[in-house]
Design a protein around this ligand. Structure first.
Ligand code: NDP
Length: 460
């Protein structure tokens, strides 16, 4: 008789939990997965996937307008929001089905409900008690809303992806990934968008040139930016909402959405009681092997608040399963992870922002190229793009690559391989460009930006 019901009990069937569980199952482990909502998790059901589908949908409006520049005459276009949401939901149902079959084909048992950890080897789900040699916490995160009077009227990205009707006017609070992506989506479909954020520029933490450029481009698309402000009070306004800002100005809209960060989903999970150390934000503290302070309890993905990106959670899940169930010790590498913000225009980067590179390497060479995408030259579209390389002066290694503009995410994926392989600026320069593309700018940047310090010295 085995000592435990399962070798592994995973709580949370998102990207990380599913990858770890099905790999463990395929290596012969007896695995149970507990999921409260639906298999698939944030990325597949409430994040990356539905968001990207809406990004595609919203961009069509601009493409129809651009078509005129190429000689097309297109009659008045209308958009059926409800039809799009229904089509998106059908696709999510399909993906959910795939996740379920991936688990079942690996022999994983599925349990529906909220798993609560009772001790180092016991999990409760509803009125069932399961025991496992190991427990994997993969419960992800959940939108976090600040305390503001009237906050209960606010939507989060969860509801924004499910709206039966598109709001004609929407206030979006925050200027991180989710805020700028949804601002672009709603604007693309024709909504009036007010973006309210406490920083001076969107995308705190990103390279400053990227932040400036994205702010300008969002404004050019007609998004009204309200930097340095916060909602002081939100109230009902007929069928809509009224938002009083800290400046005293009041915005009237059909909806208000908050995208003010996400917190690890550990509340009520029984982790502290079981002796698992959590950070002040409630994240599970783990070592490089995703081990918590309790030897039999591991954690991967957003619940650990390391790098909150789906492919990272998947890498962590794989590393856990390979190490524990396939005698193939492996850790997830969190260096030089590329990422993208699917705003319009999109942003993508790999490696360090200029300010971080200066801190780490001291002297850096900076190359920046602004461009007007060729596809817009015959159109009235005023969108511009920008590429930037940051090079460690001593080693000449490219330590950061950033792009704002058409296809940025697609382009940075390839650049990320070069950055990870520690390519130098000379390697980039020796690579022949693909012509005519926006990507070729990355291998044709010749003019180094003058050093900021030298600029000051020259001005004196
Ligand atoms: P982010 O951490 O990116 O941004 C949070 C935003 O909310 C910032 O603008 C922040 O302001 C603001 N904020 C935080 N607290 C408050 C507050 N109390 N009052 C007002 N504003 C506040 O979070 P998101 O919610 O946008 O995204 C969550 C995570 O999801 C990201 O970290 C990312 O890893 C992941 N994600 C990734 C995507 C991708 O890869 N494309 C897409 C979407 C999400 P300030 O800048 O001043 O700190």
């Amino acid at each position: 008789m085995p000592r435990y019901d399962y070798d592994l009990i995973t709580i949370g069937a998102g990207s990380g939990g599913v990858r770890a569980s099905r790999l463990a199952g395929s290596y012969g482990a007896r695995v149970a997965v507990i999921e409260e909502i639906r298999e698939g998790g944030t990325c597949v059901l409430r994040g990356c996937v539905p968001k990207k589908l809406l990004v595609y949908g919203s961009h069509v409006g601009e493409e129809l307008a651009d078509a005129e520049g190429y000689g097309w005459t297109i009659g008045p276009a209308t958009h059926d929001w409800a039809a799009m949401i229904a089509a998106k939901n059908r696709e999510l149902d399909r993906l959910h089905g795939i996740y379920v079959s991936l688990l079942e084909n690996a022999g994983v048992h599925r349990y529906r409900g909220r798993g609560v950890v009772r001790d180092a080897h016991t999990v409760e789900v509803g009125d069932r008690v399961l025991t496992g040699e190991r427990i994997l916490i993969a419960v992800g995160g959940w939108p976090s809303l600040p305390r503001v009077p009237g906050i209960e009227l606010a939507l989060t990205s969860n509801e924004a992806l499910e709206l039966p009707v598109r709001p004609e006017r929407i206030v979006i609070v925050g200027s991180g990934y989710i805020a700028v992506e949804f601002a672009s989506i709603f604007r693309g479909f024709g909504s009036e968008v007010d973006l309210v954020f406490r920083a001076e520029r969107p995308l705190r933490g990103f390279d400053e040139d990227v932040r400036v450029m994205l702010g300008d481009e969002l404004a050019k698309k007609g998004i009204r930016l309200h930097p340095g402000l916060l909602p002081a009070e939100i109230g009902q306004d007929g069928s809509g909402v009224r938002t009083r800002l800290t400046s005293g100005q009041t915005l009237h809209a059909d909806a208000i959405m908050y995208a003010t960060g996400r917190l690890p989903n550990t509340r009520g999970l029984g982790l502290s009681e079981a002796g698992v150390a959590l950070t002040t934000k409630g994240a599970v503290q783990v070592d490089g092997w995703s081990r918590s302070s309790v030897p039999s309890i591991h954690a991967i993905g957003d619940v650990t608040d390391r790098l909150n990106l789906t492919p990272v959670a998947i890498a962590e899940g794989r590393a856990f399963a390979e190490t524990v169930y396939n005698s193939n010790p492996m850790t997830a590498d969190h260096e030089d992870v590329p990422s993208a913000v699917f705003s319009q225009p999109p942003v993508a980067s790999v490696g360090l922002a200029e300010h971080d590179a200066r801190e780490r390497y001291g002297e850096v060479d900076v190359y920046v190229a602004g461009f007007r995408p060729m596809k817009y030259t015959l159109t009235r579209n005023q969108e511009r793009g920008m590429q930037k390389l940051i090079v460690d002066r001593a080693s000449q290694r490219v330590v950061g690559a950033h792009m704002v503009g058409v296809d940025a995410a697609e382009i940075i994926q390839g650049i990320a391989i070069a950055v990870r392989m520690k390519a130098t600026k000379a390697d980039f320069d020796a690579t022949v460009g693909v012509h005519p593309t926006a990507a070729e700018e990355f291998v044709t940047m010749r003019d180094r930006r003058p050093d900021p310090v030298r600029q000051v010295a020259a001005a004196q």
